[in-house]
Design a protein around this ligand. Structure first.
Ligand code: SF4
Ligand code: FE
Length: 481
């Protein structure tokens, strides 16, 4: 396994084509906007190397028998799935942001299931090919960006009917040594902190869309791949050089648009090729795993609850009964999110490939709660914090010889607490509910791993309604079917 330092050095060797604010980013690793997101991924290496967290953060590879980072592991039991949930919460609480590495883990596990299923039907050898790729990724302890979401163009039309056929990533050429693909993947979490990228289709596909039914892995710096960084609310605060106004001094997340401009993929890295009827299954399995992964929000919620309790104390209101009750409500909602992720993990099952997969219904219920509860937790945090969170002068004003004394004097709360510490905790709450971390804690909770309606469709499909009706009819004395 790599150390955080080795991970950072490995990123320096990549030749990524990254653009941000209209310019090419030459030094991605040291860029002050990107760096906190690299720090968050590096933390997945740090905790894996810490004996205290070995059981949660690492696993034994079912291929090589070596100890590996859990982010590259294929789940071999429901216990593995439960540990995955706990790992997400652990890292969320240590980083207070999206640590980005789950999408790769979820795509590896989904492909371990679906490549096997395709082989069963077509006598292909995708699973063998995938397992040798997996072994390489485990040995090198790579960060893999799982890429599913296409730009999608007109949402009412299937891929082949789009006025621009590139709105979904597709095969444009077949060669003796591989294929050429064109298109893009949007909202790619952790894209420029990754060594590899795994592409998967984003929706169920029909025969007319078979050119879009493609899954493969490439090095993140393969020729023809361009990254355009998404910007986040308050992102330029990272350029100001202070230590207060960023809110979270150390960590952050990032998303990017990843463009594939006629990119070559060799056959040995292709895991699905035009088997369109398996696209839906790949999406469903990946989505279920990723909906479980949102246990990360429970960890970030831990940070926000801790910050809320702290500001209550700094404001001198921690004993007020309504404040105590609001913090209880935050904890109740946060632990309910955790329950959902744990439940779908412990109710997991073994797929024909041998991989353990979460319970689909419960994973969707888990994620549906995630589209709601962090917003309520965030609202309660803002309620307790007070309006100062958004009217507070800048760190520069706090440090200024002219204005610092007034900021110091008039923004003091509890006399035993420094104004600076009060400012710091308010900025952290701002960061989590309105700033850069709100991308991960709020909007990504809504739309990441599929928007709310996607989960509702799956819930409707997965519940056994006939069984429920049978019970109701029996108890009420109805004898007809
Ligand atoms: Fe992982 Fe959560 Fe970030 Fe998704 S939002 S990549 S599940 S930390
Ligand atoms: Fe996500």
């Amino acid at each position: 396994m790599m150390t955080p330092k080795q991970y950072e050095e490995s990123l320096r060797k990549l030749n990524l084509v990254v653009y941000m604010f209209g310019k090419r980013v030459k030094n991605v690793v040291d860029d002050p906007i990107i760096r906190p997101s690299m720090n968050a991924v590096a933390y997945t290496y740090k905790l894996a190397g810490d004996p205290e967290y070995q059981d949660i953060m690492t696993a034994i590879s079912h291929i090589s028998g070596k100890r590996i980072n859990r982010f590259t592991h294929i789940h071999q039991s429901t216990e593995d799935l439960v540990k995955k949930t706990k790992m997400g919460r652990l890292l969320g609480s240590h980083t207070g942001c999206c640590f980005q590495r789950c999408v790769g883990m979820d795509s590896l596990n989904a492909l371990s299931v679906v490549t096997y299923d395709i082989d069963q039907k077509y006598q292909t050898s995708y699973n063998k090919r995938f397992l040798s790729y997996l072994e390489m990724a485990q040995d090198k302890d790579l960060v893999i960006d799982g890429a599913m979401t296409d730009p999608k163009g007109d949402r009412g039309l299937p891929p082949h009917k789009q006025s621009d056929p590139d709105m979904f990533l597709r095969v444009v050429e077949e060669r003796a040594d591989g294929i050429v693909v064109r298109g893009a993947k949007a909202h790619q979490t952790g894209a420029v902190n990754s060594h590899e990228i795994i592409i998967m289709p984003t929706i169920s596909l029909g025969e007319e869309d078979k050119d879009y039914a493609v899954s493969f892995a490439l090095p993140s710096d393969a020729p023809g791949i361009t990254y355009i960084m998404g910007r986040q609310s308050c992102d330029t605060r990272k350029l100001e050089g202070g230590t207060i106004d960023m809110g979270n001094r150390f960590f952050g997340g990032h998303e990017a648009l990843v463009v594939f401009d006629d990119v070559f993929v060799p056959w040995d890295r292709i895991f699905m090729y035009k088997e369109f009827e398996f696209a839906g299954k790949l999406v469903e399995v990946f989505a279920s795993y990723h909906r479980q992964s949102y246990a990360c929000k429970t960890g970030v919620g831990d940070v926000l609850i801790g910050a809320t309790q702290t500001i209550a104390e700094y404001n001198g209101v921690e004993k007020a009964s309504h404040i105590k009750d609001k913090i209880i409500e935050m904890n109740h909602l946060n632990e309910t999110l955790f329950c959902g992720s744990l439940a779908c993990a412990s109710e997991g099952h073994k797929e024909p490939s041998g991989t353990y997969c979460v319970n689909t219904l419960l994973a969707n219920v888990c994620k549906q709660n995630v589209t709601r509860f962090p917003y309520v937790i965030g609202r309660l945090a803002q309620d307790v914090a007070g309006g100062l969170m958004v009217t507070l002068p800048s760190e520069q004003d706090f440090r200024s010889p002219e204005t610092g004394k007034w900021v110091e004097k008039y923004f003091k709360g509890n006399a035993t607490v420094s104004t600076e510490n009060r400012m710091r905790i308010l900025r952290l709450i701002e960061n989590l509910t309105l700033g850069t971390a709100a991308v991960g804690y709020l909007t990504e909770s809504m739309h990441g791993a599929g928007s709310p309606q996607a989960q509702r469709i799956m819930i409707a499909r997965q519940v056994n309604m006939k069984e429920k009706q049978k019970h109701a009819k029996k108890l009420s004395g109805i004898t007809e079917d």
